[in-house]
Design a protein around this ligand. Structure first.
Ligand code: NAD
Length: 269
């Protein structure tokens, strides 16, 4: 693609949306054409971010949005639904990092991927992508060890456990050739039985300004393996999202993942 990739951002006033906007307006590969915030946000009608085109203001919705190549979404499941409808109407690709979606939204995104390119990732950091790969391998090598995930995030995070923690649970399950969700244990309050063999437990810490920390444990008799990822700056997610958005702008309709980006990194300049 010789011209800049036309982008809209959904959730532009949020922590992640702001980080993506700040990087995107300084990146010559992209041009930012539309930025959506929550309909009741005080940011509606205000400038999107420093260095954004002066005429560009935060919009409350997708009405009158210009045609774009890619929509980048870091919002809420409701916000994601509206962005998805816009992408389907105009044929734009959708890159979303929004977590906490229910099964109905999962199904909508999958159905949409027959018509548009959709890339979902609960975590756009390169380190977490490698962590998932390592964890899959470790779980395959240690099938009888107990899998536990501990995650910590800032106090304003709304979903628990984090999407990344769930993805790490899936990585353990994949390594063992089992189905993640059926073995997940989210809460042990009131349980009186012993730990069920093969189950994967989750524990959640919330507080302050923690950007995101994940510890995956494989626990044996007399020894324990811990794989830890600590994010200290959310620009890592924003950088990963922009790299993936560039990649996605050149893909056919489909349900893409960050692993596809890493496995086939080629993008035309
Ligand atoms: P945040 O609360 O700071 O931002 C979300 C923004 O979405 C808010 O500004 C909110 O006003 C806005 N919003 C609400 N309803 C909307 C609507 N209908 N339309 C448009 N915008 C709407 O949260 P955050 O930390 O930026 O995280 C956003 C999402 O991204 C969460 O689901 C979080 O778990 C996820 N996340 C993903 C990654 C990743 O790498 N994939 C990294 C960090 C966070």
């Amino acid at each position: 693609m010789t011209r800049a990739i036309r982008v809209a951002i959904n959730g532009a006033a949020g922590r992640m949306g702001s980080a993506v906007c700040a990087l995107l307006v300084r990146d010559a590969r992209f041009t930012l054409l539309h930025a959506v915030v929550a309909p009741d946000s005080t940011r509606v009608g205000t400038p999107v971010c420093a260095n954004a085109p002066a005429a560009l203001r935060c919009a409350r919705d997708w009405r009158d949005a210009p045609a774009v190549d890619v929509v980048i979404d870091f919002s809420t499941p409701v916000g994601l639904g509206a962005a998805l409808a816009h992408c389907l109407a105009g044929g734009a690709a959708l890159l979303t990092g929004t977590t906490g979606c229910d099964a109905a939204m999962d199904a909508r995104l999958l159905a949409a991927s027959a018509r548009i390119a959709v890339l979902r990732a609960a975590n756009f950091s390169l380190g977490v992508a490698v962590l998932r790969r390592l964890l899959r391998e470790a779980a395959a090598a240690l099938p009888a060890w107990d899998g536990e995930i501990v995650e910590a995030h800032h106090g304003a995070k709304r979903d628990a456990p984090s999407g990344t923690a769930l993805a790490l649970g899936d990585a353990i399950a994949q390594g063992r050739h089992t189905v993640g969700e059926t073995s997940f244990v989210y809460n042990r309050t009131g349980l009186t039985d012993e730990r069920k063999q093969g189950s994967i437990g989750f524990a959640t810490v919330r507080g302050g300004d923690i950007v995101g920390e994940h510890t995956a444990m494989l626990i044996g008799q007399g020894e324990r393996l811990e794989l830890v990822h600590r994010a200290t700056d959310r620009s890592i997610f924003a950088r990963g999202a922009l790299h993936a958005a560039h990649w996605l702008s050149q893909r056919a309709p489909g349900a893409w993942t960050l692993e596809d980006v890493l496995a086939n990194p080629r993008v035309d300049a």
